[in-house]
Ligand binder design. Structure first.
Ligand SMILES: [Zn+2]
Length: 341
């Protein structure tokens, strides 16, 4: 089988391996689609250094079950199209027993700690495969992990009925967060970014968007969108690409409001502790999702497939993985890039 291996920063090399046989309670999946996530891009570029090369990246996996090795009578799944939940929690550590599988002490993530989907085949635990409903094209299910994370984020956001929330960033994950939050009754969600292409897609999905065109905070934001003295209850800080996004977020949030991080803070950024103290802000983060969130995400994508498909802007063959990573790095007119077999 062919695999596209991350060998060092900015290098993905095609390699030939024997197709592996699945160990006990595992399945061999033939890839049909694999999304390229922001984590893949950050790893490839060296911004994220947790992945130890050589490794096959790719966590947004859809494919067909070729072989199952299980004591259960799961043979009937052979030939079935599935999405793969990349998060493998052990089920027996203290956090897993407490119901916090996303904080598992022995967590593995397919495509990061073990080989993933930038390949012809991938081996995954049987418990991580989800048969897909027959809705025609499977490609939108590559967003299942990102949507599951958005569903988990929704469960942590402190936002009352009638509250206002700002999301800084308009990449697929931020848009999915916006769509999930918008389902709460009476809540308004505003996406702020400096990428007009992505904002247009967000707007077509029903989200209120503000184009950030540089300059100082005072002229960054059209104040007519904001109620409550131009302050919002919750700010979700997603994009690292928006200049001064931390500063903007702290400025926009009301006293005792909630700031939620979905990414690491870069070394050249700093949290403004004076404002945090004066405003008595609540600051939290989110990490991955719970197992049931992934199942909910599959069900949700099956119902709203057209919406989710509109986030996919580029479809490339698996051999085009390096181009896909470069597109995500350099092309502004780009949202979700997937590999198609
Ligand atoms: Zn565990």
């Amino acid at each position: 089988m062919k695999a596209y291996v991350f060998t060092r920063y900015q290098h993905i090399e095609p390699m030939q391996y024997d197709t592996p046989a699945p160990p006990e309670e595992h399945a061999l999946i033939k890839l049909t689609h694999c999304g390229i996530s922001q984590m893949d891009v950050d790893t490839y570029l060296g911004r994220e250094q947790k992945v130890v090369p050589p490794k096959v990246l790719g966590s947004e996996i859809c494919g067909t079950v070729i072989k199952i090795n299980s004591s259960d009578t799961l043979d009937k799944l052979e030939g079935v199209n599935v999405a793969v939940d990349p998060v493998i929690s052990c089920g027996y550590c203290n956090e897993c027993v407490a119901g916090n599988g996303n904080h598992c002490e022995n967590i593995e993530v397919i495509g990061f700690t073990c080989d993933g989907g930038f390949a012809e085949y991938v081996i995954v635990p049987v418990k991580n495969i989800y048969p897909l409903p027959d809705i025609g094209d499977m490609e939108c299910f590559t967003l299942a992990g990102a949507l599951a994370s958005a569903i988990h984020l929704d469960s942590t956001v402190r936002l009352k009925k009638g509250g206002q929330c700002v999301i800084l960033g308009s990449r697929p994950f931020e848009i999915l967060c916006g769509l999930v939050l918008l389902r709460r009754s009476g809540v308004s969600v505003i996406i702020i970014d400096d990428n007009l292409f992505r904002l247009n897609i967000a707007q077509s999905l029903g989200l209120t968007c503000i184009y950030l065109s540089g300059g100082t905070l005072n002229n960054m934001v059209d104040e007519s969108y904001f109620e409550n003295d131009k302050r919002v209850d919750t700010v979700i800080i997603g994009s690292s690409q928006i200049q001064n996004s931390l500063y903007l977020g702290i400025e926009l949030v009301r006293p005792r409001g909630h700031i939620l991080f979905t990414r690491n803070i870069r070394n050249d950024e700093c949290l403004e502790s004076v404002s945090i103290l004066e405003k008595e802000l609540v600051i939290t983060g989110v990490n991955l999702y719970m197992k049931e969130d992934f199942k909910r995400s599959i069900d949700d994508i099956a119902i709203h497939a057209d919406n989710y498909s509109s986030l996919i802007t580029h479809r490339l063959p698996f051999a085009g993985i390096s181009s896909g990573l470069q597109i995500l790095k350099t092309v502004s007119e780009c949202m979700q890039v997937i590999l198609v077999n």
